[in-house]
Write a protein that binds this ligand. Structure first.
Ligand code: ZN
Length: 110
């Protein structure tokens, strides 16, 4: 079974909730059992959120490559591509952050 701390959202796996929360130290009464459906949503959300985080980790590398390409300035078509990549990397980074904030507010965060 899975249990969730209603104070700090820590998820505990076991037959019963912990005597006190390992994260926030509140007593077990603050823990609520998750239904199979709720636990399924947590697992799904964790997968999607992990993918978003992986993208967040590589987008700065794309932006850095694009910055070097712009600085290299071989010819206008190349610079245009690099500028687009830099803009898209920034747009995607901000979009992912906004989406993750939305997930957290809806409880779609493990
Ligand atoms: Zn807690």
């Amino acid at each position: 079974m899975h249990w969730k701390c209603s104070v700090c959202n820590y998820i505990w796996e076991g037959e019963a909730p912990p005597e006190k929360c390992p994260k926030c130290s509140h007593p077990k009464e603050k823990y609520q059992a998750l239904t199979e459906e709720q636990w399924g949503l947590v697992e799904r959300s964790r997968l999607t959120n992990d993918l978003h985080v992986k993208l967040l980790n590589i987008l700065p590398a794309l932006a850095e490559i694009a910055r070097q390409g712009i600085e290299d300035d071989l010819d206008p078509p190349c610079v245009k591509i690099f500028q687009q990549i830099r803009e898209q990397a920034s747009f995607l980074e901000q979009s992912i952050k906004a989406e993750l904030e939305g997930h957290m507010k809806k409880g779609k965060w493990g």
